[in-house]
Design a protein around this ligand. Sequence first.
Ligand code: GUN
Length: 284
Amino acid sequence: MTAVLINGKEIAAKKRIEIAEKVKDLKKKGVTPGLAVILVGNNDASRTYVRNKEKTCQELGMNSLLIELDEDVAEDKLLDKILELNNDPAIHGILVQLPLPNHIKESKVIETISPLKDVDGFHPINIGRMMTGQDAFLPCTPYGIMVLLEETGINIEGKHVVVVGRSNIVGKPVGQLFLNQNATVTYCHSRTKDLKLHTKQADIVVAAVGIANFITADHIKEGAVVIDVGINRNEAGKLCGDVKFDEVSEKAGYITPVPKGVGPMTITMLMYNTLKSASQSLDR
Ligand code: GUN
């Protein structure tokens, strides 16, 4: 392997120590950060993610509250629960695990969460604030990617970043964060005509498509930085990213592995956002 491995697990661990210290300081002022997580239904992957969020809260000295609702819960009941949490002073962050069952309108749920407690950074107010370069809760996976690059000492200004994937959770916001740091950004997606034409020009490629081993060595310029957001299973059931790691790591300059790359940063930034919300609650 020629590429330098960007070790997300190590960087996340370092950030978590810093967060835990700040949680201690805040507790001395009488505030314990509290995160409420709402899980609707029985999606196994969602349950695992939610459990990890609760565990990390405990590790960092924060309170966590898990609210489990049945798959067939009425939308109004979920919205009422969110309104209750919006008014609960012990709760500083509210996260509704996605995806939601089809009968519930995702945008309605997201817009019901108070922007002041929107630690996912999904509320249109936070997205708008992020787009206009104002202080905002930043979505956790894109934010985690920016921290990985910063901690690795990779300069972004003037770089050509190609984002592959345009989801609301990762692709769209990560491109915006790069733009905010003066990168030139290209978005590619399932309708892009010649994907390789674009990715081969990139100084930094972010792969966020959700297809195992989709990005191969011939998509990548020699020495490029490759960020793999994918969490997929290959035919053998093994966890793998969107990037064909074995061959791309021979050509790239830097690469994130899967697991232990971007993944550990997502929960870390969720904890950071919850801490930030709790700190801000002192000023109100
Ligand atoms: N489902 C997959 N990723 C996320 C996330 O970052 N936040 C929420 N709420 N749901 C998700």
